[in-house]
Design a binder for this molecule. Structure first.
Ligand SMILES: C[S@@+](CC[C@H](N)C(=O)[O-])C[C@H]1O[C@@H](n2cnc3c(N)ncnc32)[C@H](O)[C@@H]1O
Length: 220
């Protein structure tokens, strides 16, 4: 199936609220657990950059587990960031977790260098996927852990509908629509490998993590 791009920013208020209310605890906790499995404690230190942090659900779960690091999250959609800012302030985590509105390609990152870079579910939104890899290459310190997780484009439209029925059966229609569009916009593992080669992040490895997810991990 050919890739069908979707709008990059999630800057519609209803869309952002539906995303905020959805329960992503299982995949988002899994993302944080994976980071701990790939990168041994003591082998890295912050600060951490979360690219396309959205409502900061992953950002905050990461901050809970790695409770000594500072994390900056960036996203281009104020509708999404608003929920993240409220969660940070209600948990009084503003001294360690900071969100900024910024658009990839990232011309002006919050800091010039990071000890680790993470990103969940951003890649498939990008019209130019190289914007993500170029941002990582630019801000990750040499040897910094990088973990990117995203959807994997199904083989055909029939499989897209199967996944929507299987994994979003009880979700509101708006989320089902977004999930369908995201699956169609996702990249395939071979496409991501070519992107990494083009940008020169050759130490990052792509693996297929489930029927619908891929993981890119390694040291910058
Ligand atoms: C599916 S959400 C994922 C949010 C978060 N990482 C999570 O896992 O919950 C994708 C996010 O990427 C943001 N985004 C898409 N394109 C972007 C760009 N070019 N620059 C900055 N943010 C972008 C969207 O606004 C949205 O909040």
């Amino acid at each position: 199936m050919e890739r069908i791009p979707e709008p990059d920013l999630m800057d519609d208020d209803d869309q952002a609220e539906a995303y905020h209310l959805a329960d992503f605890s299982e995949p988002h906790n899994h993302f944080v657990t994976l980071f701990g499995q790939y990168f041994e404690a003591g082998s890295w230190q912050g600060p951490v950059l979360d690219l396309g942090c959205g409502t900061a659900d992953v950002t905050l779960r990461f901050a809970d587990v790695f409770d000594a690091v500072e994390i900056d999250g960036i996203d281009g959609a104020e509708s999404m960031l608003r929920f993240g800012r409220a969660a940070i302030s209600s948990r009084a985590l503003g001294h360690r977790v900071r969100l900024s509105r910024a658009y990839l390609p990232l011309d002006d990152p919050p800091r010039s260098e990071y000890g680790a870079v993470i990103s969940n579910s951003l890649l498939h939104h990008l019209q130019d996927p190289m914007a993500l890899w170029a941002a990582i290459k630019r801000v990750a310190m040499p040897g910094a852990p990088v973990l990117v997780m995203d959807l994997l484009r199904p083989a055909d439209i029939g499989q897209v509908e199967q996944f929507v029925a299987k994994y979003a059966a009880d979700a509101p229609e708006l989320l089902r629509r977004d999930f369908r569009n995201s699956l169609r916009a996702a990249y395939r593992a071979t496409e991501v490998e070519a992107q990494l080669q083009e940008v020169g992040l050759s130490r990052l490895r792509v693996s297929v993590a489930s029927d619908r997810h891929l993981v890119v991990a390694g040291r910058a």
